[in-house]
Ligand binder design. Structure first.
Ligand code: UT7
Length: 332
């Protein structure tokens, strides 16, 4: 890994996630879908997903994920300088989902939504970290939250089996002497019909075209980011790709000759949660101790637009967390 710079940068000091209700297995999907557990598992890797009850809002999912991330970072809502919610399924045109989160958690920070489909979380990480690098803010809360179920046509087996609801969040904090946060945002021209949803849904997709785009961009993002940052694969603790299809991750792994255990995959449990998929995966990887303080993680998002993006960030602890962790371990 390259030498640490003393210029302040953004690091991740807390993460958390939430999925609503009970898991809905492939066999429990509505009978309106002419599908099978075997087809879904073999073609996507998905075994189950979580579907929120009708009255649950995207903001409700976001609030729980955000609260958990703040707890991990040992911060409270008053410490937060900015809230960004990456979502394509906001509860209202306005106020934004981020404003609903702000009010519920009791923050006084400015808050806004960012819509970039499944690339949304990586785009939001980039925006949030710029505010820290510029010296404007010290603590930024970034959330990816989606209620994809409200956009599903339960008669369309090509899309309905893929998606799930959930939210993940991270706290970004200013830190000197950390690996400089890196982000790259990309977009390419495409017919909107390739992956499309009108304001109230339903989602329609030309699956195989989007699949090819996913494999191509995931592969390109990893290869070019390692080259650009002059990093070796061993410098990256974990690659966290958008969870759209396990075969997309496997194809990138084969093309790049990177073993599958370098990638984090949890699509079997949650399906595709769009902008929430990367922060859910990140928070789960932390819980499973696949990532530790000091580690560098690479996150790659891709989706409608077509858009894609990559982010490399260091996991860290803030000073307060270290004090609390020491106390906790002394007590146990
Ligand atoms: O999050 C944003 C990014 N999203 C993605 O990256 C998704 C990318 N696309 C994919 O993951 C895959 O293209 C899908 C999982 C959506 C579809 O898999 P596929 O292997 O590309 O299938 P296909 O669309 O080529 O369809 C093959 C067959 C078709 O039947 P015929 O025409 O060959 O008779 C489909 O009608 O599979 C049929 N099919 C299904 N059969 C049972 C499609 N969906 C289903 C289903 N159950 N759920």
């Amino acid at each position: 890994m390259k030498a640490k710079l003393s210029q302040p940068t953004a690091v991740i000091t807390g993460s958390g996630f939430f999925v609503p209700g009970l898991p809905v297995t492939n066999s429990a999907l509505p009978s309106t879908l002419d599908t099978s557990d075997d087809w879904i598992k073999q073609r996507t890797g998905i075994s189950q997903r979580y579907i929120a009850p009708k009255k649950v809002l995207t903001a409700d999912l976001a609030v729980i994920a955000a609260t958990r991330a703040l707890q991990k970072a040992r911060l409270d809502a008053h410490d937060v300088d900015l809230i960004i919610v990456a979502t394509s399924t906001p509860d209202n045109a306005f106020p934004s989902t981020a404003m609903l989160v702000r009010q519920t958690i009791g923050s006084t920070a400015p808050a806004f939504d960012l819509a970039a489909a499944c690339s949304g979380f990586v785009y939001a990480l980039s925006v949030g970290s710029q505010f820290i690098i510029s010296g404007t803010y010290e603590h930024v809360l970034i959330i990816g939250a989606e209620k994809m179920s409200s956009f599903i046509d339960w008669h369309d087996r090509r899309t309905a089996v893929l998606f799930g609801d959930g939210a993940g969040a991270v706290v970004l904090q200013k830190q000197s002497s950390a690996y400089p946060a890196f982000s790259r945002l990309e977009a390419e021209h495409a017919e909107p019909e390739l992956l499309h949803a009108p304001p109230k849904g339903p989602i329609t997709m030309q699956g195989s075209e989007v699949f090819k785009f996913g494999v191509r961009t995931l592969t390109q993002a990893i290869r070019e980011t390692l080259q650009q940052l002059r990093l070796q694969l061993k410098d990256i603790a974990l690659i966290i790709p958008h969870q759209a299809n396990i075969r997309i991750i496997q194809s990138a792994s084969e093309r790049l000759e990177i073993p599958m255990d370098k990638f984090f995959a949890n699509i079997h449990q949650y399906g595709n949660t769009s902008a929430a998929s990367i922060p859910i995966a990140l928070a789960e990887a932390v819980e499973q101790k696949r990532i530790h303080p000091g580690d560098l993680v690479m996150m790659v998002g891709f989706g409608a637009g077509l858009s894609w993006g990559v982010s490399v960030m260091q996991m860290s602890y803030n000073a307060l967390t270290l004090v609390h962790e020491a106390k906790d371990s002394a007590l146990s």
